[in-house]
Design a protein around this ligand. Structure first.
Ligand SMILES: Cc1cc2nc3c(=O)[nH]c(=O)nc-3n(C[C@H](O)[C@H](O)[C@H](O)COP(=O)(O)OP(=O)(O)OC[C@H]3O[C@@H](n4cnc5c(N)ncnc54)[C@H](O)[C@@H]3O)c2cc1C
Length: 398
């Protein structure tokens, strides 16, 4: 297996770099680099720039307005997005629902929804989890009962990321209680403006209302919003999760975090010397960098296999665990590096144009917020404990 990039792939990387240099607004990259809070308008602005170039549907085939890129090109693009400090692409419409509609949606659904995902007319959120259905997703209880040409939906979703911005939500709902729990689940598209929907913010440990509860009380949803067949939603849900787990290793994010950690440790002074020259601290940074390099190689091996048509197996679980642990270790080292400046967390200072003075150096300002926020990495997208179970069963055969 050759893990080196071809001339073609290197030229592709140069093309992306040149585009970002030219088109990524300096205001946006400055916000991302400084760890400032991004608004809905910021994401929409960046999505529109990528869409105008035809580079928003990164995982989509050309026939639906996507790039048609293979796994290697997608990986290069993702690395360059983080290296350029560009806003991330919000995945719910693009990487989750889009592929499901392409595979299982009706022609009318594809024609209506896919262009609106690219144009940004519809901001989607993901209504999978419920208070009793996270790792055990098949336990979904939100019910959808057929009433003429509508379903009537009642129940509650939770942890709905950026649901406060969303125009639409794709939901797993229970349409039958017969047989195994997996056999009674359907996949429904719901307009967030439908009467009976209430979005309640959940404020996370970092102070951000990034996730929500979404409550449904007698919400009437037209039957044409059902994706595929009734009670077959589990198949579509699992298909979506394989797409949710693209770029699972987050190598680009880890690299950006490591570069920022090294900058911080180069500026912080410990016993009269830059902290990065402290042998104990330097050894810990070196260890995490070695782990990252090893993971990068595993990631490239998986990508090369995917480009050759092999479906990733338990490797994606290994990359999920390793990638998230590495990022959390980098965040923890950054928090330790800024020492007492990690304590005074001033949320308002993360807003663009805020005149709140950061306590300590500017680079210390987002460190605590990032540290807290990234606790989520080992929980969502399939918790790390669950991934370890998969590894122990499929690789170690325990
Ligand atoms: C920031 C954030 C954003 C999210 N965004 C969304 C979203 O937009 N849409 C959405 O639908 N969901 C979202 N989620 C939900 C996420 O998918 C769930 O939190 C996740 O699946 C875990 O489920 P749970 O929280 O119910 O925990 P539980 O499943 O109750 O797990 C609790 C603990 O038990 C462990 N555990 C569970 N089962 C096993 C097992 N079999 N073996 C070993 N250990 C086990 C888990 O690892 C965990 O430590 C988000 C979560 C977070 C934190």
């Amino acid at each position: 297996m050759d893990l080196n990039y071809t001339d073609d792939q290197r030229a592709f990387r140069d093309e992306i770099r040149a585009f970002f240099k030219d088109k990524l607004p300096a205001r946006l990259s400055a916000k991302v680099a400084a760890g400032k809070r991004l608004t809905k308008a910021d994401y929409e602005e960046w999505h529109a720039i990528l869409n105008a170039r035809g580079w928003l549907g990164v995982t989509w085939p050309k026939e639906h307005g996507g790039t048609g890129w293979d796994a290697v090109r997608r990986n290069i693009f993702e690395e360059e997005i983080t290296a350029a400090h560009a806003p991330r692409i919000i995945p719910f419409g693009l990487n989750m629902l889009g592929p499901v509609l392409m595979a299982f949606g009706s022609e009318a659904q594809k024609a209506h929804y896919l262009p609106r995902i690219l144009s940004g007319e519809d901001w989607w959120c993901q209504g999978y989890s419920e208070p009793g259905a996270g790792s055990d997703l098949a336990n979904v209880q939100t019910s959808a009962v057929r009433d003429g040409d509508h379903y009537v939906v009642n129940g509650q979703k939770t942890w709905t990321t950026l649901g406060q911005y969303a125009d639409k939500i794709f939901c797993l709902v229970r349409t039958s209680r017969e047989g195994k729990p997996q056999q009674g689940i359907s996949f429904l598209l719901i307009d967030m403006k439908t009467p009976g929907i209430e979005v309640r913010p959940i404020v996370l440990i970092d102070g951000e209302p990034e996730v929500n509860e979404v409550w449904f009380t007698d919400v009437r949803v037209p039957v044409e919003n059902l994706v595929g067949e009734e009670n077959k939603g589990w198949t579509y849900a699992k298909y979506l999760l394989t797409h949710e787990r693209t770029n699972i290793a987050g190598v680009g994010f880890a690299r950006a975090g490591l570069a920022s950690l090294k900058r911080i440790a180069g500026e912080q002074v410990h016993n009269g010397r830059p902290l990065i020259e402290n042998p104990y601290f330097a050894a810990r940074v070196a260890q995490v960098e070695i782990d990252l390099m090893a993971m990068d190689t595993t990631n490239l091996r998986t990508i090369a296999a995917a480009a050759a048509g092999q479906a990733p197996g338990a490797e994606s679980s290994m990359l999920k665990v390793k990638g998230t642990v590495i990022r959390q270790q980098i965040n923890a080292l950054a928090r330790q590096a800024v020492g007492p400046y990690a304590a005074p967390f001033v949320s308002e200072a993360l807003d663009e144009g805020s005149n709140v003075e950061p306590v300590g150096p500017a680079y210390a300002m987002p460190v605590t917020q990032t540290y807290f926020n990234n606790r989520k990495l080992s929980i969502y997208g399939g918790s790390n404990e669950v991934q370890r179970q998969i590894i122990s069963k499929t690789i170690l055969e325990l």
